[in-house]
Ligand binder design. Sequence first.
Ligand code: ATP
Length: 387
Amino acid sequence: IISQSAKELQLDAYVIGGFVRDFILQRGSAKDIDIVAIGSGIELAKQVAKNLPNNPKVQVFKTYGTAMLRFEDIEIEFVGARKESYHKDSRNPIVENGTLEDDQNRRDFTINALALDLSEEKFGDLLDPFNGIQDLKNAIIRTPLNPDITYSDDPLRMMRAIRFATQLHFEIEEASLKAISKNNHRIEIITKERIVVELNKILESNKPSIGFLLLEKTGLLDYILPELTALKGIDEVEGQRHKDNFYHTLEVVDNISKKTDNLWLRWAALLHDIGKAPTKKFHKKIGWTFHGHEFKGSKMVYQLFKRLKMPLNDKMKFVQKLVLMSSRPIAIADDIATDSAVRRLVFDAGDHIEDLMTLCEADITTKNPVRFKKYHNNFKNVRKKIV
Ligand code: ATP
C-alpha cells in the first residue's frame, strides 16, 4: 500500500533504519517502521491512510515535517528525505530537503542507514552506501561519516552506540570508541530524559554489564552516574583489601537480569551498593567496613533520581526501599535466621518481599551460591511458619 501510494503521488519512498536492520537480523517483529519519501513525508502519510482499509488518523508534526499513523499495532513514521547540519551548542540540526543519500548520511550508524526501495520496479532492493550489511554480519557499530563529527554533532549518539552494542552484543569500532572518549563531556548538552531512555534500554537488555562497562571505559559514566564510578577500585591498608564494588555491582545486575524483566528491580540492583563509597572506613581491629551504607544509599537514590529528572514516584520509592533493605537478608543468612529476624524482614518488606529475595539471590550468588541455597531454604522454612 505504501508503494502504491508513493506511485500515485509520483515520488520515491524507502523503508529505512531500525526496521531494515532488525529484519535482516531476524530480530523479533517490528513495532516501528520508518519511511523516507523523496518529497513530502506528510503527503505520503495522508495518501497511505486514504488507501488503508480503516483510513487511520494521521498525526502530523509540522515542526519536524513528519507524520505518523498506526496500523494494527505498528507505528509507521513518514519523513521527507533531509540534509542536516549542526550548530555547536545544540543537537537540533538545521534541516533542508535532500536526496536519499543525504538522508542516509545523517543517520547515526551504518547498520541504521540501510534502506529498502519501495518502488514497483525495484521493490525490495537494498540501498547500502556504507556497507552496513557487512557491519551487521561482523557485528560492528560504525558511523557513516567521520565519528568525531558524528558524535560531536549529536552527542546522544554516544549513548545510542553503547545501547545498540549492548542490545545486539555488537562491538563498537575502535575509531568510534576513541571519538566517544574524546567527546564524552559533550553529553552535558543532552537532556536528562533522553539519557534515561538510553540507560533504561541498556538495563532492559539481557546483559546490561556490556553497556555499563562501555560507559565506564569511555568516561561517560563519570558524567551520568558518578555514584557508580565511585565504587571502582580496591583499597589496601595493612594488607587488607575490600572487593571492587563496581564490578560486583555489574555482576549483580547481570544476575538479576536472568531472573526478572522488572526494570525497577534492575535499577535497585544497579544502585544497591552506592552507599558504600561514602561510608567506607578502615578500622585497625575490624578491617574495612561500610557501616550505614544502606541508609546512605537509599538517600542517594532520591538525589540521583532527582538529578536525572526521573519521576519521584512509587517506582523510586520501591528502588529506595530495596536499596535500604538489600543487605538485611544477607545479615540474617550469616547469623542463620531466627524467627524474629525473619518476621521483621517479612513485615518491613511488605509486598516487596519476593523482589527483595530476588535481589539478594542475585547479590549472594556473586560470592557464594552455596551460602545462598542454605540461607534461602532456611528463610523459606521460617517464613512459611509466619505467613
Ligand atoms: P529502536 O527502535 O530499537 O530504538 P531504531 O533504530 O528504530 O531502534 P529509533 O530511535 O526509532 O531507533 O530511530 C530510527 C532511525 O532513525 C534509526 O535507525 C536511525 O537511522 C535514525 N536515528 C535515530 N536517532 C538518530 C540520531 N540521534 N542520529 C542519527 N540518526 C538517528
